[in-house]
Design a protein around this ligand. Structure first.
Ligand SMILES: Cc1ncc(COP(=O)(O)O)c(C=O)c1O
Length: 355
């Protein structure tokens, strides 16, 4: 079927995932990790799919990363038995769930403060084996994480003396760019932990933009999420080309109300409102001069005044999201497209699992 024919059949707006690109992206990440001698523990936050997580394991990943307890519960039910939750787990309602999950799978969690440590400890104090906890370290991103090696070692000690817990190592989500500061943080923390008689078994680093530096922080495992699909941000960061991008949102031109402006049936409900410092809401590779300058929930406003050709009303066009992870979260299912042109739906299993 000609490229435009299959697009015309789509019920828009709809994300379509090119499976040849997905397989190549999974392979490439695994190869990068293998070359660096680092365990691949992909983050499921991008695809949120049991089938794609299985594909990552089949390609050599050892375990998965989830951001939320609910995602980890879902993956455990699907048979994954080695899971890292890279997020401070806090709040009473979560604690029985955490304890139950810990009994079922090889679970590791993180903490950057004593309140979280105390909560985790209370949850698993009577468990059959200790829960492994990593200290989350802030090596420059300024999100979560203890701010210094001294604070990391102190929290490690606290973890190790808490009933039901055992200190397993460090988790960092380094800022994009050179890894020197993160590597120094890790080395110093290892030293301070050794002085306290604590062993740093795991050092977990991650992030698609830092893929060229895998291993540079002294990590033992790597958590990458976005690179299974890639997006406009990853192209800007220099770690992907358009041909590495697997997911596009296909959307119909629903009107041409004024010269120089067309309207799409994809708005923030289909592409999210993430700008990520771009000044428009996505990229139309087939109409590169077009600019999606505004979104309502169901409407995309596109300036086509600089386009040499303008898509006609009814035409289906593809949009590369600025940030692909929230797009997965907006749809119950995506369509997978194989090289022979066949399309099949894939449920976004962990969609909306935010607790
Ligand atoms: C803790 C953590 N690890 C790993 C990742 C994966 O990063 P990326 O999607 O850039 O590969 C993220 C992304 O948000 C994250 O928050």
């Amino acid at each position: 079927m000609a490229e435009s024919d299959w697009q015309a059949q789509l019920d828009t707006p709809v994300p379509v995932v090119d499976m040849a690109t997905v397989r190549a992206n999974i392979r490439a990440l695994q190869d990068d990790c293998d070359r660096a001698g680092v365990t691949n523990r992909p983050h499921i936050k991008t695809h949120k799919s049991i089938m794609l997580a299985r594909l990552q394991i089949e390609h050599g990943a050892r375990g998965i990363t989830c951001q939320k307890l609910a995602e980890a519960e879902l993956m455990a039910r699907a048979g994954f038995d080695d899971i890292l939750i890279s997020y401070n787990i806090i709040g009473r309602p979560k604690m029985p769930r955490l304890a139950e999950l810990h009994e079922k799978v090889d679970l590791r969690v993180v903490s950057d403060n004593e309140t979280v440590v105390d909560g985790l400890s209370a949850a698993v104090a009577t468990a059959s084996r200790p829960l492994k906890v990593l200290v989350e370290c802030d090596t420059g991103r300024q999100r979560c994480g203890v701010p210094s090696p001294a604070a990391a070692a102190e929290l490690a000690e606290r973890i190790n003396s808490a009933p039901g817990l055992t200190f397993d190592g460090l988790m960092l989500y380094p800022p994009s760019g050179p890894t020197g500061d993160s590597a120094r943080f890790v080395t110093k923390t290892r030293e301070l932990c050794a002085q306290k008689g604590l062993q740093v078994t795991t050092v977990s680093a991650g992030g698609t933009p830092n893929r060229p530096h895998i291993g540079g922080c002294g990590e033992t495992e790597y958590r990458a999420g976005t690179c299974i699909y890639n997006d406009r941000q990853m192209i800007r960061d220099g770690v992907a080309d358009l041909s590495d991008c697997a997911l596009f949102v296909y959307t119909s031109v629903i009107g041409h109300p004024q010269p120089g402006r067309i309207m799409l049936d994809a708005g923030s409900k289909a592409l999210s409102s993430d700008l990520l410092s771009f000044d428009d809401f996505g990229f139309l590779p087939d109409y590169p001069e077009a600019r999606i300058y505004e979104f309502n929930e169901e409407h995309g406003f596109v300036d086509v005044s600089r386009c040499t050709s303008v898509p006609a009303i009814g035409e289906v066009v593809r949009v590369l999201p600025n940030h692909v992870c929230p797009v997965s979260n907006l749809f119950d299912q995506v369509l997978l497209r194989e090289a022979d042109g066949t399309l099949r739906p894939l449920r976004v299993d962990a969609r909306g699992m935010c607790t």
